[in-house]
Design a protein around this ligand. Structure first.
Ligand SMILES: [Zn+2]
Ligand SMILES: [Zn+2]
Length: 269
């Protein structure tokens, strides 16, 4: 299945935590020769964290995407999207947002909700450690298992189109500081998650923001991309841009990686 590297289906505008307006993102996409973008700001959350779209502004957000589409739609396909932040405790809230109707929804897990407090996974390493130590007593296996369990639940809801940054739990795992991806326990939970993604007909994103994160590589890892391709899971590209300049960032590297994988030129691990 061919991957369309002219589509960037993951980005944030000033409606959530991005630095550019929706119009800035569209203009930059056209300059960079992209053919399709999905505006996927962080969905509103009941506890209103700093990084998500305000629920009061959700209609304005949708209207603004429509307005920009009327201006640039002849040059660029613009999808009205959101990055859904899956947490089982707020599934009714999520459903009410999904019901508004969207072109493209990403299912991501960024954190856990414990006693109404949010414990984040990929905000910064200090937060990651706090979640690991306070919620999981330092047990990285339990942390990873819970993370992938939530991804599986998010996929099972069947309301999203794609899984975002599948293995973002490795964000600070440079030099295997927290776990070894080759460990059977880790590989098992990831493979099981890919089975669930396949069973629910979701796409999987190659998220190139990982190249500028501490781990310095795409999400997910090469062996996971290979395993997804083998299962016939459709793959989409997402730069997870928070600024117009980074649209399509590292897509060339991702293309080279996928080509090499398909030709068996690089070992998956
Ligand atoms: Zn995300
Ligand atoms: Zn994002």
């Amino acid at each position: 299945m061919a991957i369309d590297f002219s589509c960037d289906l993951h980005m944030h505008s000033t409606y959530s935590d991005g630095g550019g307006t929706i119009e800035d993102m569209a203009k930059s996409a056209i300059e960079k020769g992209l053919t399709t973008i999905a505006i996927t700001d962080h969905m509103p959350l009941p506890f209103k964290p700093w990084y998500s779209v305000d629920m009061d502004k959700i209609q304005a957000y949708r209207n603004e995407i429509d307005r920009v589409r009327t201006l640039y739609g002849h040059k660029l396909t613009i999808l009205t999207g959101l990055e859904i932040e899956y947490m089982p405790e707020i599934s009714d809230w999520i459903e009410s947002i999904v019901d508004l109707g969207w072109d493209f929804l990403i299912a991501s897990v960024h954190g856990l909700l414990i006693d109404n407090s949010q414990y984040l996974i990929n905000e910064n390493e200090e937060e990651f450690n706090k979640t690991l130590n306070i919620v999981f007593n330092g047990d990285i296996r339990a942390f990873c298992r819970q993370y992938y369990h939530f991804i599986q639940q998010a996929a099972s809801t069947g309301v999203c189109n794609s899984i975002g940054h599948l293995d973002v739990i490795k964000k600070y795992n440079q030099s295997n500081r927290y776990f070894d991806e080759k460990s059977p326990w880790y590989r098992e939970i990831v493979e099981e998650t890919l089975d669930v993604i396949k069973a629910h007909h979701l796409k999987m994103e190659i998220n190139t923001a990982g190249f500028i994160h501490p781990i310095g590589q795409a999400y997910p890892s090469t062996w996971i991309i290979k395993s997804a391709i083998k299962r016939g899971i459709p793959i989409v590209m997402g730069s997870d841009s928070h600024a117009p300049e980074t649209l399509g960032q590292y897509f060339e590297q991702a293309r080279d990686l996928v080509c090499a994988l398909k030709k068996n030129l690089i070992p998956p691990l």
